[in-house]
Write a protein that binds this ligand. Structure first.
Ligand code: PAF
Length: 279
């Protein structure tokens, strides 16, 4: 695996490749786990050159303590990528991406940014849009792979790519779960043992909500979920909502033609976990 730390070195390598090679890209913030590796696997199947980036993007953290504590495991990440036969790792520093101006551009994602995570994490999606656009411009991939765990992020990246007319096909990949159902996340490594034991409840409730959705009203399900979390001393529900998959707007009345998803954000101690399920 080649490792590049600068745009110039990455571009020199890519320029030396034969033309018409399909480039697949998996942007990450490191602390890699099986979820990331499943994105890389898909990327390898569909492209000639697979590039993974590791860059902990400062402009998408609404909480500076979260940025400082974000797990950084570069040596382990490199080993994992080597063994998964990644072709290229791009690991720029903050200066390489932002020069002296560490700020996010303000985007209009047609209202997608105002729902769910957008309500609780001010400026987060502008930070994501800024860094993904910059990385797409540097790497110039044909296809890029994002996990559905961050479903709102995936929709926003698709919207940004379309509105900015970037020639990249953005592909969503299924959530990778531990055997107990917990969605893989770099933040899981910061959970205490007790919280790690409690956290699979999040997916269990989503699965139950999916069944309840057949017969109950959205409001009744939301109330029921809130009650269930009151019985969980280690988990604090931030939000549970059912929304239209495309617009991410809260469901008002069930409509047979619309595809819905249930979305959830939960604090396990100080660690914020999100998950979702198609219902
Ligand atoms: O999902 C992530 O890890 C990050 O939000 C991303 C897409 C790499 C942008 O920093």
């Amino acid at each position: 695996m080649k490792i590049f730390y600068t745009k110039a070195a990455l571009n020199a390598y890519l320029d030396a490749q034969k033309k018409n090679k399909q480039i697949g890209f998996v942007p990450t913030m490191g602390a890699l786990h099986e979820g990331h590796l499943s994105l890389l696997k898909k990327c390898k199947e569909e492209n000639d050159i697979s590039i993974v980036s590791i860059f902990v993007n400062p402009t998408q953290f609404d909480n500076s303590a979260d940025l400082v504590k974000y797990p950084k495991t570069f040596q382990e990440d490199t080993k994992l990528l080597e063994s998964a036969q990644c072709d290229v790792l791009f690991a720029p520093d903050v200066k390489e991406i932002y020069a002296e101006n560490i700020t996010a551009t303000s985007f209009d994602f047609d209202g997608l940014e105002q729902e769910m995570e957008g309500r609780f994490r001010t400026g987060h999606f502008d930070g994501v849009g800024t860094v993904v656009k910059r990385l797409f411009e540097i790497v110039a991939p044909n296809k890029a792979y994002f996990g559905e765990k961050d479903f709102q992020q995936l929709q926003i990246v698709k919207k940004m790519t379309k509105k900015q007319q970037l020639p990249v096909k953005v592909k969503g990949c299924k959530i990778y779960r531990a055997k107990n159902g917990l969605a893989m996340s770099s933040r899981n490594s910061r959970l205490t043992e007790a919280h790690l034991e409690a956290a699979p409840f999040i997916f269990k409730i989503l699965q139950k909500a999916k069944i309840e959705f057949r017969t109950k009203t959205p409001n009744a399900i939301i109330k029921w979920v809130e009650k269930e979390f009151e019985k969980q001393p280690l988990l604090n529900l931030e939000y549970f909502t059912i929304a239209d998959e495309k617009t991410l707007k809260n469901i008002k009345k069930k409509d047979e033609k619309t595809q819905y998803r249930a979305f959830i954000a939960v604090f396990a101690g100080e660690i914020r976990l999100i998950d979702n399920i198609q219902i």
